[in-house]
Design a binder for this molecule. Structure first.
Ligand SMILES: [Zn+2]
Length: 127
């Protein structure tokens, strides 16, 4: 769970935020695909070294290689998605009238400081 979503209890609001984040995080560029390919190739090389080191042959060698590459690509893609969410989330939270740091609902708040986390939200932060 992303830190800012922990204080939001309404499941409808969480779903709306996740939908908005997912819509913004669909911009997969050539750089992303290149980094995924680089991750797969470098892990494939590491898996090859493991296969050689342990003298694996046949199915065992393929299983080790596939497992290493799949694990690497999964971890890498997960990290990229989480990073995209972290970048998009503060702006989405602000547009929904919530604190960009903790997700606290700032509707009707007179102060320029979030009562939940103490973050300065500025005079124009709440719509
Ligand atoms: Zn806050």
């Amino acid at each position: 769970m992303i830190r800012q979503l922990r204080s939001i209890k309404d499941p409808e609001v969480i779903r709306a935020i996740k939908r908005a984040c997912a819509a913004r995080c669909k911009n997969v560029t050539l750089w992303h695909l290149g980094m995924i390919a680089l991750s797969a190739v470098s892990t494939g090389a590491l898996a090859g070294a493991i296969v050689l080191l342990f003298g694996l042959r046949g199915a065992a060698a393929w299983v080790v290689t596939f497992f290493c590459v799949a694990l690497s690509v999964t971890v890498f893609v997960n990290a990229m998605i989480r990073r995209s969410y972290r970048v998009a989330l503060p702006e989405i939270l602000r547009s929904l009238g919530r604190c960009a740091e903790c997700g606290y609902d700032l509707t009707g708040l007179q102060s320029d400081t979030c009562p939940e986390c103490g973050t300065h939200i500025g005079p124009n932060a709440v719509g």
